[in-house]
Design a protein around this ligand. Structure first.
Ligand code: 15L
Length: 277
């Protein structure tokens, strides 16, 4: 039985389903979500039904853990009350409970939607300002800010991973730039949970993607060495892309459809290199 215990929130979600078989080789997993236990638990996995909006439930979850992998909360765009409850209040509850229980490490599933309004013509690292593409993206930027605070003020070591899209293969043209294979994400999470030089690290959750819009040197400096290449799946991705309608706004920005959803802005201004940083 592995000796380190990691709490994983959002354990009923799709990304968690891909990660569990990879991470339980290395850690004992305390899996948590709002739903009842699934019927495929391995011996190294324990299920705790808990809601992020319940601070007492979060406190009970964290006792004795060596790390928190926070995948939980709202995972796509939604109205503000929904995003606020899950990704602002809920994230705070999870982080505060981890800190109060002395959990030394947090790895946060941030998202590319924290920077989704950068045009696809821009290559960005992690020092540029956030440019969220919805309330969901704003909540991910908040999570990164809370991680920074918890590192500086409370000494918790935090890695915020701006995840592109986790799947076995890149699902379309945009995903050729932002895709990450689950094995590469598991590797990056392990670095976040163990590397001695993590204070608050923001990194991109991306595989070895030749069309990437991101400078991921912060992750490479910590030893991240992705094993999967998006270009190996280019035929599949472009065939899937051919089934989609053009999106005149979303196709210009890194966040894709999250940017065009409800767009009522000035496209030229949002794309302008002179007017935006
Ligand atoms: C995300 O943040 C979402 O959680 C995921 O469902 C995808 O939409 C992904 O971004 C993406 O941008 O492809």
């Amino acid at each position: 039985m592995p000796d380190k215990t990691i709490v994983m929130t959002g354990a009923a979600g799709g990304v968690a389903g891909m990660l569990r078989p990879l991470l339980r080789e290395r850690y004992k997993l305390v899996l948590s979500d709002r739903s009842a236990a699934p019927d495929d638990l391995a011996p190294q996995e324990e299920w705790r039904e808990a809601d992020l909006t319940d601070p007492d439930a979060m406190a009970a979850l964290m006792a004795g853990a060596d790390g928190l992998l926070h995948l939980g909360g709202q995972s796509v765009e939604a109205d503000w009350p929904t995003v606020h409850a899950a990704n602002i209040e809920g994230l705070y509850n999870a982080y505060a409970a981890a800190r109060d229980a002395g959990v030394p490490r947090i790895v946060f599933a941030s998202s590319n939607h924290a920077i989704g309004f950068y045009p696809r013509t821009r290559r960005i690292g992690v020092d540029e300002a956030v440019r969220p593409d919805g309330f969901y993206g704003v909540s991910k930027a908040f999570g990164e800010a809370l991680g920074s605070l918890f590192a500086d003020k409370f000494g918790v070591r935090v890695m915020s991973i701006r995840i592109g899209n986790i799947a076995a293969r890149p699902a379309d043209h945009r995903r050729l730039s932002i895709w990450q294979h689950p094995e590469d994400l598991a590797q990056l999470i392990t670095i976040g949970l163990e590397h001695p030089d993590v204070h608050h690290a923001i990194v991109y959750g991306a595989s070895h993607n030749e069309r990437s819009w991101w400078d991921n040197s912060a992750a490479y400096a910590l030893g991240y060495a992705p094993q999967h290449r998006a270009e190996d799946h280019v035929d599949f991705a472009m065939a899937e892309q051919a089934k989609l309608q053009p999106d005149p706004v979303g196709d210009r920005f890194q966040g894709g459809g999250f940017c065009s959803d409800g767009f009522a802005g000035d496209l030229d201004r949002s794309l302008s290199a002179r007017l935006t940083r």
